[in-house]
Write a protein that binds this ligand. Structure first.
Ligand code: RIB
Ligand code: CA
Length: 350
């Protein structure tokens, strides 16, 4: 029979381990947001800065929606607005790995912030190159950093190539990118992947825990005129900035026939805040880099199997199916209204 002393010791151990689990789950998630700010990026950044569930360790900037200089300036303006000069802002890649840069001022305004003019930044850029800062922080906080890329994946690919040892040290990658329901940049490709397919291929092949928040959910996670009117009822520096940028986004979406502004990047941050905002399915996702019409497509194996073809003389015969190993948790549903209400609740009055 177990002695009472041994039972007490075992109970003590259980209590300590349970406490550590609860304590660990209560501590904010350390995140590095890699961004090409960008109107929706800016909303994602403001959401992250006003969410106690996240500890933003850095904003690393990549060329994409705007050139790198504009992106760094916009990131500095946003953290200055939030009074967060403690957060390092580091500039990274000026162009994709293997193609020319494609900027998207049409969708994000000439300055990348929906043409909203923010005060000159009080914060100053970090002198480190973004991929180097990412590598440094991953080693400083082993198994504790979540990477949240919301732009082209160039910086992450450069960090990966420079130091592959980061893969087992990263807690998770939660990225806005890709789609399993067709593209936006082209019929097949989503913009972040389309703007650096070679980088995306490296990220999806790395083997780290990866969650893909793609157009198939973000295009259904809309910020509407009614949401804008709600957010405009409150005031504050960040609140007013968000109203201005979202007004640009909602108006443009309306001009293009949409029912609201797609909250692409903010939803990826939302998934890092509260995983229950999305539902995922494990899939094998390959990145097309050569297709004439499909370069940049995220080709997802929804059934995680493919035909087993056996050569018999001059023809193949399908003799079964073979398993395909998933490499991504692909978001297939989002609780759009609960997300928008979360967003408004975090920004209102700030
Ligand atoms: O396709 C949407 C993505 O492309 C978002 O990250 C947006 O900011 C643009 O970069
Ligand atoms: Ca973006």
């Amino acid at each position: 029979m177990m002695t009472s002393v041994r039972a007490a010791i075992l109970m003590g151990c259980w209590l300590i381990s349970a406490a550590s689990v609860f304590a660990a789950s209560d501590s904010p998630r350390k995140v590095i947001i890699d961004t090409d700010p960008g109107a929706d990026d800016a909303m994602a950044i403001l959401l992250a800065l006003n969410s106690p569930e996240l500890d933003v360790k850095a904003l690393t900037v990549v060329a994409g929606n705007v050139v790198i200089e504009q992106g760094v300036e916009n990131a500095l303006k946003l953290v200055s607005l939030a009074g967060r000069c403690d957060i390092p802002i580091a500039g990274g890649a000026h162009q994709p790995l293997a193609q020319k840069l494609i900027t998207a001022e049409y969708f994000h305004g000439k300055n990348g912030l929906g043409d909203v003019e923010l005060p000159s930044p009080a914060c100053h850029a970090d002198t480190r190159f973004a991929p180097d800062l990412t590598i440094e922080l991953i080693h400083r906080y082993p198994h504790d950093i979540t990477l949240v890329p919301i732009g082209p994946l160039t910086n992450i690919a450069l960090a990966l190539a420079k130091d592959p040892s980061i893969v087992p040290l990263v807690k998770e990658v939660v990225l806005m990118g890709g789609s399993i329901s067709g593209g936006n940049a082209t019929a097949a490709a989503e913009a972040n992947i389309y703007n650096d397919p070679e980088a995306a291929r490296a990220i999806f092949a790395a083997g780290w825990p990866l969650t893909m928040v793609g157009l198939n959910v973000t295009e259904r996670t809309l910020f509407t005129d009614a949401d804008l009117n709600e957010l405009a009822k409150t005031h504050g520096r960040e609140n007013n900035c968000a109203v201005g940028v979202l007004k640009f986004m909602v108006n443009l979406a309306g001009k293009l026939g949409g029912a609201g502004a797609a909250m692409h990047d903010p939803l990826a941050v939302g998934a890092a805040i509260d995983r229950s905002l999305i539902a995922t399915e494990d899939m094998r996702v390959e990145i097309e880099t050569r297709g004439e019409f499909t370069r940049g497509e995220t080709v997802a194996s929804r059934h995680n199997s493919s035909d087993l073809k056996v050569l018999h003389g001059e023809r193949y015969i399908i003799e079964g199916v073979e398993a395909v190993r998933p490499n991504a948790h692909v978001a297939v549903k989002s609780d759009a209204r609960r997300f928008v209400q979360l967003f408004i609740s975090r920004i209102a009055g700030k």
